[in-house]
Design a protein around this ligand. Structure first.
Ligand code: VAH
Length: 319
């Protein structure tokens, strides 16, 4: 069975759907902290689970005969700065619980998301490489960088096949993001679609690496399907598709929604965004397991405006 922890989040919800499509609904178990009535994970079995509860996680892994784990539960960059100790606990204790129990119960494969947030002001701004300086300035980035080294440790010491991707900002329409610095690139579409003015919490020229969710999900499944010996990076792979600024995104939206209006009111998230690279080099992912993105900015704007629908949005778990 495949256990998806954090299945109600922006990434978790879509990975759960993709894994169900690929392996069948009986092969996937979705977990999150939401009570079942609010989880709304279609068709697959849902178990309310807090990844910090190691005893409960152990019980689920044994009872459900889990063979793969996708650990997506985390507090993202913006919410992490509001509660650093909670962010460290959720992001690190959650990962360490999964890594230790996965070795104990012989889990075949583990996926754990890292982020471009592991990079910081000392990293190259443009085309930031796989082994560029990683000196993160957010608790989230610190926890993701530490997690990368723990993943490599468990691979080297115990042979655990844990694999990871440094996701850019993710743009999607099936579940809202929660507490990220790149969330503006999702919220903007709901406002444009509703014909409302959008207040952007980043400056117009803040370029950030971004990716449409379909590309991110496909990258994850392709990474997890790659032969074990092809994986040369056991911390976490750089992954890239597009980079854009709020102004560029607004201009693309205005080609469709002519009277779309945006104002820029930078807040504390500006400093986080300024610490990250504007674009990422993912040559190693392309070489090792054939990564190649499909959605450019124009396609992202088109598919988002065609699909965002306030009624359709499902609640994400409160992390
Ligand atoms: C965040 N969406 O904003 C996440 C992601 C690169 C950004 O890690 O925190």
């Amino acid at each position: 069975k495949i256990l998806v922890i954090g299945a109600c989040g922006q990434l978790g919800r879509e990975l759960t759907l993709a894994l169900k499509e690929k392996y069948g609904k009986k092969a996937v178990i979705a977990c999150d902290r939401l009570e079942p009535a609010r989880a709304k994970v279609s068709e697959v079995k849902y178990i309310r689970l807090d990844v910090m509860n190691k005893a409960h996680l152990q019980l689920v892994m044994v009872d459900e005969k889990v063979t793969q784990v996708y650990l997506l539960a985390a507090m993202l960059s913006a919410s992490g700065e509001k509660d650093p100790s909670m962010a460290w606990q959720v992001n690190m204790d959650g990962l360490l619980n999964v890594l230790e129990l996965s070795v104990r119960y012989g889990i075949a494969k583990v996926f754990w998301p890292s982020s471009i947030a592991v990079f910081g002001p000392e990293s190259p701004k443009i085309n930031c490489g796989q082994h560029a300086f990683t000196i993160p300035t957010t608790v989230y980035g610190i926890s993701k960088l530490s997690g990368e080294y723990w993943c490599r440790y468990y691979f080297e010491k115990f042979g655990l096949d844990v694999r990871s991707l440094r996701y850019p900002g993710l743009v999607s329409h099936k579940a809202l993001p929660g507490g990220g610095t790149t969330d503006y690139a999702v919220d903007i579409f709901y406002k444009a679609n509703a014909g409302e003015k959008f207040s952007c919490f980043l400056k117009p020229d803040t370029a950030l690496p971004m990716m449409f969710m379909d590309d991110a999900v496909r990258a994850t499944l392709e990474l997890m399907d790659a032969p074990r010996d092809n994986i040369s990076v056991r911390t976490s792979y750089n992954l890239s598709s597009v980079s854009f600024t709020p102004a560029e995104l607004a201009a693309e939206i205005r080609k469709v929604e002519r009277d779309f209006q945006i104002v820029y009111l930078p807040d504390f998230r500006q400093e986080i965004a300024d610490s990250w690279p504007a674009s990422i080099n993912d040559d190693r992912a392309r070489e090792d397991w054939g990564w190649s993105p499909r959605f450019g900015t124009v396609e992202i704007v088109k598919v988002m405006l065609e699909n965002v629908n306030v009624e359709k949005v499902v609640e994400v778990s409160a992390t």
